[in-house]
Design a protein around this ligand. Structure first.
Ligand SMILES: *[C@@H]1O[C@H](CO)[C@@H](O)[C@H](O)[C@H]1NC(C)=O
Ligand SMILES: *[C@@H]1O[C@H](CO)[C@@H](O)[C@H](O)[C@H]1NC(C)=O
Ligand SMILES: *[C@@H]1O[C@H](CO)[C@@H](O)[C@H](O)[C@H]1NC(C)=O
Length: 328
């Protein structure tokens, strides 16, 4: 298949903190004009090679990464490159999974993809996206197309992180369309971190269901994944509390949020970023110190957490097998 890349809009520069840079590529077309993406790239600017996370935000990319500004910039400050994909014209998981497949095929191309995005952006001169250390991160119902993609192939993905993963199509579970059927194993094994929230299953208002009902969310994924699987639950926070204002305020119409003096949304997003980057470095660098943060998060975080993990027989005593994905 001939893959053409057309960068329609000139990349839009954003202010840089000096340590990191965020730029976006307005529209990127792979193969044909029905496959379009907007990319938001968050990267350290200090020359070096860094692991890469591809981010599919909530509602299969309808909510673009800049709405998660604090979270995604903190991830880059902690030395992980994040490439957010959005503006996908279809939210059906089967369709989005095809888009993910085409995007991943493109992004790892040695003379194209992420390598080219970085080579053409002078603020990140000397920064190398390490495509051997590639992970995928999702929020909310974006977990479904990711699961759908991995149900077919691992592709270049070597670990996954799912924030508040929902199966089905919408976060509420109105449309019943599932990729997980616990305890039936999904046909792939890859190191996985699930981050859930205590208020995922709590309705924001009397008349509406919670944003991530228990029976289609978090544990449903935890019980379907048979690689090394870690779950950290930030118990005081809600499904959309990792979004920034003003969209966070809007999300309160639908999703329960942290209330009272215990809440610090800034601290929460910093800690969520810390969990994410610690996991990336724990897995890819086989770093036992970083793994401790995932195995015993309360010792490292201010926010209240509960957690569990199931290594499913994988040995992490001396750092584990690194990033991997195997398929049945
Ligand atoms: C997932 O993969 C299994 C086989 O490994 C297949 O039977 C099933 O139909 C797939 N599910 C979907 C929704 O594609
Ligand atoms: C997260 O914590 C809340 C509050 O303790 C609990 O109700 C919920 O079941 C937990 N979720 C998971 C996935 O463990
Ligand atoms: C989840 O629970 C809700 C409320 O009890 C129910 O309406 C729905 O059918 C359940 N969904 C599944 C997939 O079990």
């Amino acid at each position: 298949m001939f893959l053409a890349l057309i960068i329609l809009c000139i990349s839009i520069p954003f202010s840089s903190t000096g340590k990191i840079d965020h730029w976006s590529v307005g529209s990127i077309i792979i193969t044909d004009p029905t496959t379009q993406f907007r990319l938001d790239i968050y990267s350290p600017t200090t020359p070096g090679s860094y692991p890469v996370l591809i981010f599919l935000p909530g509602l299969a990319g309808i909510v673009p990464s800049p709405f998660y500004h604090k979270l995604v910039s903190t991830i880059a400050e902690l030395n992980v490159i994040l490439i957010g994909i959005s503006k996908i014209e279809n939210i059906k998981p089967e369709k989005v999974a095809v888009h993910i497949a085409e995007f991943l095929e493109w992004v790892v191309k040695p003379d194209d993809g992420a390598t080219r995005l970085f080579a053409e952006h002078r603020e990140v001169k000397g920064v190398i996206p390490n495509m051997e250390h590639l992970g995928f991160i999702s929020h909310s119902s974006a977990a479904h197309p990711l699961g759908q993609y991995l149900n077919t192939t691992c592709g270049p993905v070597k670990l996954i992180i799912m924030m508040n993963p929902v199966d089905g199509i919408d976060p509420f579970g109105f449309v019943q369309d599932f990729i997980t059927h616990p305890p039936t194993p999904l046909p792939f094994r890859t190191p996985t971190l699930i981050i859930s929230n205590g208020l995922d299953n709590v309705p924001a208002h009397k008349e509406i269901p919670p944003c991530a009902p228990n029976n289609i969310s978090n544990d449903r994924w935890y019980r379907s994944l048979y690689g090394p699987t870690f779950l950290v639950n930030l118990t005081d926070y809600g499904h959309a509390d990792n979004l920034d204002e003003p969209i966070h305020e809007t999300s309160k119409l639908m999703c329960a949020w942290c209330k009272g003096t215990i809440c610090s949304f800034s601290q929460y997003k910093t800690e969520e970023a810390t969990l994410i980057t610690s996991f990336v470095y724990a897995i890819f660098n086989r770093d036992i110190q970083q793994l401790r943060i995932i195995e015993n998060p309360q010792a490292f975080l201010e926010s209240r957490v509960s957690n569990k993990y199931d290594l499913h027989g994988y040995d992490y005593k001396t750092g584990g097998p690194g990033g991997f994905c195997t398929h049945d």
